[in-house]
Design a protein around this ligand. Structure first.
Ligand SMILES: Cc1cc2nc3c(=O)[nH]c(=O)nc-3n(C[C@H](O)[C@H](O)[C@H](O)COP(=O)(O)O)c2cc1C
Length: 334
């Protein structure tokens, strides 16, 4: 599934056809996930798309509590919901519907016909175009109205997006990023897990295939300590010749009001709503994951932001460029 996502149609009447169900599953499977671990099982069952977290795909060193797994599954739920809307049906969402099954993270049931709004169609179309953009971003800031749109995307999913503008706060967050990265590189379990997913010869449908991977972290990029695209490096060598290429991203932290499993799924929905809004507006996005993966560092990030809300995702945003897609499993239900 090299080009995940699906075409946008607006039929709506009756139950989804097998082709429409396949489109919904493809949309779910194109969600982002840490190490491209795709930690979900997606299936069509009793008239709903179900999203189950897959414990076999849990990153036990980077994500021992499964927080990032739930973020990824929340993102898959947003994609499915938008794809249902783009097919012209109501989307009925239930999060964590079975109190006895903590891995059953959500389902989306297509309902009665309801035409999508223009904006829902744009967001659904962005599902297949969204890719993590690890290029250096230049100085051009995001406009106030764009920042407002991104903030509203988070707010509509009951989260908040905090843009880190204050120079002292930015510096502190960069230092915490470096600190977390240092700790992870010194942890043999983390490094072994990384090497199983990134650039491993056996990986073709998940992780980062060897042809695209760059195992050693880049030394020159404070906000991208463990980004791993060889193709990106080549492109940047080119752009440096043109005089661009210091990385001056907008940094935004998605925060939630709670830190429960359910809050993580919601934060994943919000993350994806923000990412798709950015994509629809031509803004590139990538993740600054390390500081939220090392628990004591995450506590310091939380304190830095006032100590009340819970940081779930740190995003790097800037004016994007075309990005190479990553692979997906052929069968996201397996
Ligand atoms: C919670 C989370 C953390 C991530 N952390 C990193 C990271 O540290 N470095 C990186 O290069 N990509 C990171 N990613 C991006 C994934 O590698 C990417 O989503 C995956 O490879 C699929 O590619 P795509 O986003 O282009 O579809 C992260 C994604 C998520 C959802």
């Amino acid at each position: 599934m090299a080009h995940p996502g699906g075409t946008v149609t607006t039929q709506g009447d009756g139950a989804p056809s097998p082709e429409e169900v396949a489109t919904l599953l493809r949309a779910g499977a194109s969600a982002p996930s840490s190490h491209n671990s795709q930690p979900w099982r997606l299936r069509w069952h009793e008239g709903s798309i179900e999203v189950h977290g897959d414990p076999d795909r849990l990153l036990s060193a980077a994500d021992p509590d499964g927080r990032e797994l739930r973020l990824a599954c929340g993102a898959a739920l947003t994609n499915v919901r938008l794809a249902v809307r783009a097919q012209g049906r109501r989307a009925h969402v239930a999060l964590m519907p079975d109190p006895d099954d903590p891995w059953f993270l959500g389902r989306v049931r297509p309902g009665a016909a309801l035409p999508p709004s223009g904006w829902e169609i744009e967001l659904a179309a962005a599902v297949a175009r969204r890719h993590t953009d690890r290029h250096a971003f230049d100085h051009r800031p995001l406009s106030a109205s764009l920042r407002d749109q991104l903030a509203r995307a988070a707010w509509r999913e009951r989260c908040r997006l905090v843009v880190v503008d204050d120079p002292a706060q930015r510096r502190a967050l960069r230092e915490l990023t470096a600190e977390a990265h240092r700790q992870q590189r010194a942890d043999p379990a983390f490094v072994a897990e990384w090497e199983r997913w990134i650039g491993h010869a056996a990986r073709t449908e998940d992780g980062l295939p060897a042809a695209d991977a760059r195992r050693e972290p880049r030394g020159d990029a404070a906000w991208r300590p463990r980004d791993f695209g060889a193709a990106v490096e080549d492109a940047e060598r080119g752009s440096r010749r043109d005089g661009a290429a210091t990385d001056e991203p907008t940094i935004a932290v998605l925060v939630s009001y709670d830190d429960t499993g359910l809050a993580h799924v919601r934060a994943g929905e919000a993350m994806q709503h923000v990412l798709l809004t950015a994509t629809a507006r031509g803004v590139g996005t990538s993740f600054v994951a390390p500081p939220l993966e090392v628990a004591p560092v995450r506590a310091r990030v939380r304190a830095l932001l006032g100590g009340v809300l819970w940081p779930q995702v740190i995003l790097r945003l800037g004016w994007g460029r075309a990005v190479h897609p990553t692979p997906r499993r052929h069968d996201p239900g397996a």
